[in-house]
Write a protein that binds this ligand. Structure first.
Ligand SMILES: [Zn+2]
Ligand SMILES: [Zn+2]
Length: 91
């Protein structure tokens, strides 16, 4: 279950819109976003940082993070989930 602090973070991220769409210059933030947990080695899921992704980039599309997997994602897009996390911090 998400804590109040987590919900605040999620709400803030949701307003940013899909971070992957943003990398492609698409800033139409009407698309509803889903929170993707970035898995770190040895990390527990509930401690994992999250990035906002639209459903297509999260799990529906062939180029989605769940379709490609950790390594495949980086190869396909030219940046990793960690890179996207860093981009969130720039905002
Ligand atoms: Zn997207
Ligand atoms: Zn996910």
């Amino acid at each position: 279950m998400a804590t109040k602090a987590e919900k605040d973070v999620y709400a803030k991220l949701a307003r940013l819109g899909c971070i992957l769409c943003r990398q492609q210059g698409i800033t139409d933030t009407d698309t509803e976003v889903e929170m993707h947990h970035v898995r770190r080695y040895g990390g527990k899921r509930n401690l994992a940082p999250v990035i906002p992704l639209c459903a297509f980039h999260h799990r529906l599309g062939n180029s989605s993070v769940h379709a490609l997997g950790h390594k495949g994602f980086e190869k396909y897009w030219g940046f990793s989930e960690e890179d996207l996390l860093n981009k969130l911090d720039e905002k």
